[in-house]
Design a protein. Sequence first.
Length: 175
Amino acid sequence: QQQASAQHNARAAKPRASPPSTSLGVVHEDEHVIAINKPAGLLCHPSPGFWNAGTVVHHLSTREQTAGYSEIGPHMLEARLSHTGEDDSFIPRAIVHRLDRGTTGLMLVAKTELAETQLTNQFKQRSLSKRYVALLCGRPRTAAAGTSASHGRVAAELGGAILRVDAPIDRDPSR
């Protein structure tokens, strides 16, 4: 039992990879929204292991300040009123969409209730346009170029220089 306890303590003491210590670059700000450039390695909202640091929410207070615009009100940093389905996470009202931890990209943050409602509805209705760009190292294996009714269009240029997937992106159903 002592050995098991020592192994547990050694695992618990093992340092975690630290998220990037960077301030959020503000691309746009007005009285209702902030558009930030989220760096890879930063989670969007607090969750297990990241309750006190390492998320966009934690970095909002140290973001670049845009002259003439107010801070995000504390009520926007409170928990969402509707259930998100993630019992082990804290998603504040300001976070209206997310990017994966390893993803760099533009992220919208609501500063007001009006922006929260409008943006949440637009994301739910998929009336906002999103574009994902991936840089690959090596040559991905792909099916022949063409059209598939269930997966959209896949186009590949000979030589592997361009690969375009025009298909919906969804969660892996097994995870």
